[in-house]
Design a protein around this ligand. Structure first.
Ligand code: MLT
Length: 266
């Protein structure tokens, strides 16, 4: 992705957005602490769709204000991105935090979501222990910087097979984490810690829905995703072997094929 991103202004924040191709809009929402380049294989490959991949505020090449982060704010930013590219609706594909934001879009801006793809995500809010873990990671980011955050998270987000066989993927993920501005990390961690419970939303999802999970995912494990999918009418879960929390990047061929099969049936 060497082309310059489109810059979308939302209040005092600039969001960097890759927009490629023509066709029905397909919006990609990255997870934490990543950026829009985590979707590079799907943005390159899904050529029958208009691919829209923003950096959330605080991530990648977008502005990183000192505060004002929340799942609701991220969702409103995405609605503004859709406005800016003239898309009244999109199929929305969110990974992990991107999935939490997709639930919020379904609550706040349901008319903007044509269909939903939940990758490596879950509906539950943080437990008390997980909330303490967010505060610990905030302290690590503030005291020791992004490299220390990368050291903590890499073994959690990537499969053993990725470490063994795909050093370039490990390098890319490390770079994404190391490039995320600390204010963006801290803001995102607070937003994750305080996010709403999306379980009551599951029964309200009325759009075609796909879920996809890496078989080795320890953050959003397959059984949790199975329970989530069972509560969404008509949804189905696809598993990606030899992938953990970043299935679209760790196993791009398998993940993209699953997406294509879903998109072609819409
Ligand atoms: C993500 O990938 O967005 C994070 O793992 C989400 C989380 O930590 O809950």
């Amino acid at each position: 992705m060497t082309r310059e991103p489109l810059i979308v202004r939302v209040d005092d924040v600039e969001l960097a957005v890759d927009v490629r191709g023509a066709g029905p809009p397909l919006l990609f929402v990255h997870g934490f602490p990543f950026n829009r380049t985590m979707w590079k294989h799907q943005v390159a490959g899904l050529t029958r769709w208009r691919r829209i991949a923003p950096d959330l505020r605080g991530a990648g090449a977008s502005s990183a204000p000192a505060d004002g982060y929340s799942i609701a704010r991220y969702a409103d930013d995405l609605a503004a991105v859709l406005d800016a590219v003239g898309a009244s609706q999109a199929v929305v594909c969110g990974l992990s935090m991107g999935g939490y934001i997709l639930f919020e879009l379904l609550r706040r801006h349901p008319e903007r979501v044509r269909a939903a793809v939940f990758c490596d995500t879950k509906a539950e809010p943080d437990t008390a222990e997980a909330r303490r873990g967010r505060d610990d990671l905030i302290a690590v980011a503030q005291r020791h910087g992004q490299a220390a955050v990368a050291e903590r998270l890499l073994p959690l987000v990537l499969a053993p097979q990725t470490f063994e066989g795909q050093p370039e993927v490990v390098r890319d993920v490390r770079e994404m984490i190391e490039r995320m501005p600390v204010p963006g990390m801290v803001g995102a961690l607070r937003a994750l810690r305080d996010r709403p419970d999306s379980r009551p939303t599951l029964a309200m999802v009325r759009v075609p829905t796909l879920a996809l999970v890496g078989e080795e995912d320890r953050i959003s494990p397959p059984p949790a995703m199975e329970a989530m999918v069972a509560a969404i009418s008509g949804a189905r879960l696809e598993r990606v072997p030899a992938a953990a929390h970043l299935a679209p990047l760790e196993q791009p061929l398998a993940a993209t094929r699953i997406l294509v099969e879903f998109l072609e049936r819409l």
